[in-house]
Design a protein around this ligand. Structure first.
Ligand SMILES: *[C@@H]1O[C@H](CO)[C@@H](O)[C@H](O)[C@H]1NC(C)=O
Ligand SMILES: *[C@@H]1O[C@H](CO)[C@@H](O)[C@H](O)[C@H]1NC(C)=O
Ligand SMILES: *[C@@H]1O[C@H](CO)[C@@H](O)[C@H](O)[C@H]1NC(C)=O
Ligand SMILES: *[C@@H]1O[C@H](CO)[C@@H](O)[C@H](O)[C@H]1NC(C)=O
Ligand SMILES: *[C@@H]1O[C@H](CO)[C@@H](O)[C@H](O)[C@H]1NC(C)=O
Length: 274
């Protein structure tokens, strides 16, 4: 757990202690209550496990799947292997995320050059994704590259300003820098007569592409039915079920102990003994 989340948690617990008198045995780590709150950004669909962030502590999701919310613009973003993505849609049923690179929403001339990569244990691009390479810092684009597939960028610390795009190549070749970006094969890109070029690539980068998360969520249906909420085990990052009684484990929550019904005329016992 990172320290800012940890300090958030301890602040949270401190505030709880200030305002509510709860027994100290419950106060140290209420992951159940924290993880029951979904991530919400603007009018978007609320999402829970395997995501965390924006008030959901890291115990509520997979470390790689932190969501951020820009509350002024109601935009959800996330970083994947040091690249920032705009989150356009999350579909828990199909376990898919529709994302677009933030840097290429504004055009093809980014200040940095990270390629898009994914931890194959966590995320995989869905079928129908093509890898395009943007090549920067050329003295001149190679003669074999058609004009519509070339562009110009004035970039600090890079001499040549000419660039070009090519499908499925690694590295910048004669030029200075290269970036590999996934592009979806949505129509009209999948039609045989379609001619892709810099303009259509810019459009497709804004459209984004779909990745699927491979997190094991088998436990989560039963966990939820039993009154719990999915999260992770702090040390192992494994999916776990956080329960209302503050226990966590790889099984659904145990049913609550039956509360004794007081005989008529007697006061019911205090809910929580101090
Ligand atoms: C979670 O694990 C990290 C190290 O992996 C540790 O620093 C942190 O204190 C743990 N948090 C809790 C609540 O156990
Ligand atoms: C953001 O979403 C909230 C809640 O749906 C809404 O009240 C607000 O007007 C939205 N702000 C913008 C800039 O869209
Ligand atoms: C695109 O690149 C990714 C990551 O480098 C790779 O896993 C994937 O197989 C590539 N896709 C195609 C169609 O080449
Ligand atoms: C790119 O250009 C800069 C500035 O000329 C140079 O320092 C750097 O080594 C070049 N990098 C590559 C990969 O050619
Ligand atoms: C859990 O995830 C964190 C962050 O990605 C990583 O540093 C740590 O090694 C992982 N722990 C295990 C046991 O996989």
């Amino acid at each position: 757990m990172n320290s800012s989340v940890f300090s958030f948690l301890s602040d949270f617990v401190f505030l709880l202690l200030l305002f509510i008198q709860i027994p100290s045995s419950l106060s140290n780590d209420d992951r159940y209550t924290a993880c029951r709150k979904d991530f919400v950004c603007g009018g978007g669909i609320p999402v829970g496990f395997p995501f965390w962030g924006n008030g959901r502590p890291s115990a509520c999701g997979i470390p790689e799947l932190e969501l951020k919310c820009d509350h002024e613009k109601n935009i959800t973003t996330m970083n994947i292997n040091k690249v920032a993505y705009r989150v356009l849609e999350i579909n828990p049923e199909f376990k898919t995320l529709w994302i677009a690179r933030e840097d290429y929403l504004a055009g093809l001339c980014p200040p940095q050059f990270p390629s898009s990569t994914f931890n194959p244990k966590i995320l995989e691009p869905v079928e129908g994704i093509r890898n395009f390479t943007l090549i920067y810092g050329c003295e001149d684009a190679p003669k074999t590259i058609p004009g519509p597939r070339t562009f110009n960028c004035k970039i600090k610390d890079v001499d040549g300003q000419s660039g070009y795009i090519k499908e499925g190549v690694n590295g910048p070749g004669e030029c200075n820098r290269s970036v590999i970006v996934p592009v979806s094969d949505f129509p009209p890109w999948n039609t045989p007569v379609f001619e892709w070029n810099v303009e259509t690539l810019k459009g497709q980068l804004k459209t984004g592409f779909v990745v699927r998360w491979k997190v094991n969520m088998d436990l989560c249906g039963e966990c939820s039915t039993s009154g719990g909420v999915c999260g992770i085990v702090n040390d192992t990052n494994q999916t776990t079920c956080h329960c209302p009684d503050q226990s966590s484990g790889s099984k659904p929550c145990a049913p609550p102990a039956p509360t004794p019904i007081p005989p008529p005329g007697m006061h019911s016992p205090p809910e929580i003994s101090l």
